[in-house]
Design a protein around this ligand. Structure first.
Ligand code: SF4
Length: 399
């Protein structure tokens, strides 16, 4: 296996606080209560930001980065529970320790009804130049059925504020396959999202994760959750509605106006290195993948130990695993994978195995290979829709 071993120029920061836990969520978060001001939780968040500072500094000491960051992504959780001062503290520390390049994409996930105009303007002044708004649905009753704290009116206010403060690059997140959601509801959400003219739209199909409230209440594919065929139809509806509105379907779950693909997430899909910071966050540096503890106390102890020892010991990702990661991530992209690059990294034999494994699916029209460019890709929408079937076959045969 041949790698160009560069240190990351992308950083993910996890902000693990939410007002309430949505019924489908299994993310590592702490619930801080419904309405601001949340004095106790601000104390907690302030303490967390201090720990983040220590982790960022320890990482820079460990790796001595030479290149500045070209993408930063604050995800959660609900990063818009941060005060402007807390956001400034995090960005200033990243800039001090790594440098943030001119023109860097600095994204932040924000949730409706967690910020006002002043706070959003403050985020923008601090350097945020792309926001991703967690809309999920435009039907207030569906939102309530998921345990979301916002309404449709809150979404419209949030988008209005985004425009008012001049954040022209914004994304909306939608979820299909919600309990009680009909195809007509989904179509209405797609129409409403397009009507708000974001630069980017993400559409996710609900997964019922173990240990969540939905896991206790519902069974995948059984009412009130939509059937498997209805969920598949919702995926096709999204592809049709968004592509006809000039959004490029550039990744399984993501659509963008030309020039507005998420640069940070492309780093993951290209299986390139990235820093992760914060509770439960994953990193990929020096060909090593590691994940931080998901409980706050354990994470704080982990940072303390890392700061003292100055390094993280974990094995280098083995070649077979790196190949599977590359396939699993790269085949999510509409542009697919360059087989010549794969052959250079993992050998001609691995490429021949992949082609033979995917051959039956090529006949179904789910896989396309362009001899002129040597690109292998899943077709849109059917190949994307059944990507899990093909990936699990690849895993079986290559692992
Ligand atoms: S807002 Fe997002 S991270 Fe927070 S509980 Fe809901 S789904 Fe989970």
């Amino acid at each position: 296996m041949r790698f160009v071993n560069l240190l990351p120029t992308a950083a993910y920061i996890h902000i693990p606080f939410c007002r309430r836990r949505c019924y489908y969520c299994d993310f590592p978060i702490s619930v801080v209560g419904d309405r601001p001001p949340i004095h106790d939780s601000f104390g907690t968040i302030a303490e967390y930001v201090e720990i983040l500072d220590q982790e960022i500094a320890a990482t820079a000491r460990w790796l001595s980065p030479a290149q500045p960051l070209s993408t930063v992504f604050l995800g959660g959780g609900t990063p818009s529970l941060l005060t402007v001062a807390q956001l400034e503290q995090i960005l200033a520390q990243l800039d001090r320790q790594f440098g943030i390049a001119t023109g860097a994409e600095i994204s932040m996930e924000i949730d409706p009804d967690t910020f006002d105009r002043q706070r959003l303007a403050g985020y923008r002044a601090a350097g945020i130049n792309r926001v991703s708004l967690g809309v999920q649905a435009f039907q207030t009753e569906l939102l309530a059925a998921c345990g979301r704290t916002h309404t449709r009116a809150d979404v419209e206010t949030a988008v209005d504020l985004i425009h008012q403060v001049g954040l022209t690059n914004f994304s909306l997140d939608l979820i299909s396959g919600l309990p009680h959601q009909t195809e007509a509801d989904w179509q209405a959400s797609l129409d409403a999202a397009v009507g708000l003219a974001p630069t980017h739209i993400s559409v996710y199909d609900l997964t019922v994760e173990a240990g969540t409230a939905f896991d206790r209440w519902y069974q995948a594919g059984v009412a009130p959750l939509p059937s498997e065929s209805s969920s598949a139809q919702m995926y096709r509806l999204a592809q049709q509605r968004l592509t006809e509105s000039c959004y490029q379907h550039y990744e399984v779950s993501n659509y963008a106006r030309p020039g507005y693909q998420c640069r940070h997430n492309r780093v993951y899909w290209h299986n390139q290195p990235y820093y992760g910071f914060g509770l439960g966050a994953a990193s990929y540096v020096n060909q090593q993948r590691f994940t931080r503890p998901r409980k706050r106390r354990d994470y704080y102890l982990w940072v303390q130990e890392f700061a003292q020892t100055g390094q993280i010991d974990c094995p280098v990702t083995p070649s077979e695993e790196a190949l599977l990661d590359t396939l699993m991530l790269g085949l999510r992209l509409a542009e697919g994978l360059d087989l010549r690059v794969l052959a250079t990294q993992f050998g001609e034999r691995a490429v021949a195995q992949i082609q033979s494994c995917l051959n039956p699916y090529r006949q179904k029209g789910w896989v396309q290979e362009e001899p002129a460019t040597a690109r292998l890709r899943f077709s849109d929408p059917e190949g994307f829709l059944f990507s899990n079937v093909m990936l699990s076959e690849l895993f079986k045969q290559l692992a």
